[in-house]
Design a binder for this molecule. Structure first.
Ligand code: S3P
Length: 166
C-alpha cells in the first residue's frame, strides 16, 4: 500500500476526488492545502506577507512527509513546478486529474470558499495561460490520467481504481 498522489490544476477536483477515493479504499487522506492552512494560515494572506517562494518551501516539506504514508494526497495545483517536488513524485503513483480549461475557469469562479492567490486577480485568459504553462508538467509526472471535465466523482473514482489497480 503506497500513497496515491492526485495532481491537477486549480478546480480539477483534487479535494473532492481525494475524499471519495480515500473513502472507497479506506485510506487516510492528506489535503495539502488544508494542512498548510493549519500550519501557516490562509494561503492568500501568506502569499501577500511572505511571497510565493516561501509558500513553496512549506509545500515541499509537507509533500516529503505526506508521501511516506499510505494515503490519498490532494496536492495544490502548483506542486508540480518545483524541481524537488518533481523528483519526489517521479517514482510515486501520481494521478493527473485532467480538465478542460473552460471547465477549470468556471469551477474556480464558482468556488467562493477558496481564495486562490494565483487565480483571484487573473482574468479568464490569464488563468488558462497559467494552465497551459503547467500542462506539460502534469502530463509528464502522471502515471495515470483521468478526465474530470463533465463526469461524476463516482465515475472518476472508478476509473482511477481501474487504472491504478487498487
Ligand atoms: C495554487 C493552487 C492552490 C494552492 C495555492 C497555489 C497554484 O491549490 O496550493 O493557492 O499555484 O496553483 P488548489 O489547486 O487546491 O486550488
Amino acid at each position: 500500500m503506497e500513497a496515491i498522489v492526485l495532481i491537477g490544476f486549480m478546480g480539477a477536483g483534487k479535494t473532492t476526488i481525494s475524499r471519495e477515493l480515500a473513502k472507497a479504499l479506506d485510506y487516510q487522506r492528506v489535503d495539502m492545502d488544508d494542512v498548510l492552512v493549519d500550519r501557516i494560515g490562509p494561503i492568500n494572506v501568506y502569499f501577500e506577507e511572505h511571497g510565493e517562494p516561501s509558500f513553496r518551501v512549506h509545500e515541499t516539506n509537507l509533500l516529503k512527509e505526506a508521501v511516506q504514508q499510505a494515503s490519498v494526497i490532494a496536492t495544490g495545483g502548483g506542486v508540480i513546478m518545483q524541481k524537488e517536488n518533481q523528483e519526489i513524485l517521479a517514482d510515486k503513483t501520481v494521478v493527473y486529474l485532467k480538465t478542460d480549461p473552460d471547465v477549470l475557469v468556471e469551477r474556480i469562479r464558482q468556488d467562493k470558499e477558496n481564495i486562490r492567490p494565483n487565480a483571484a486577480n487573473k482574468n479568464d485568459g490569464e488563468i488558462k495561460h497559467l494552465f497551459f504553462s503547467r500542462e506539460n508538467f502534469y502530463e509528464k509526472l502522471a502515471k495515470v490520467t483521468v478526465d474530470t471535465s463533465h463526469r461524476t466523482p463516482e465515475d472518476i473514482v472508478a476509473e482511477i481504481r481501474e487504472k491504478v489497480g487498487v
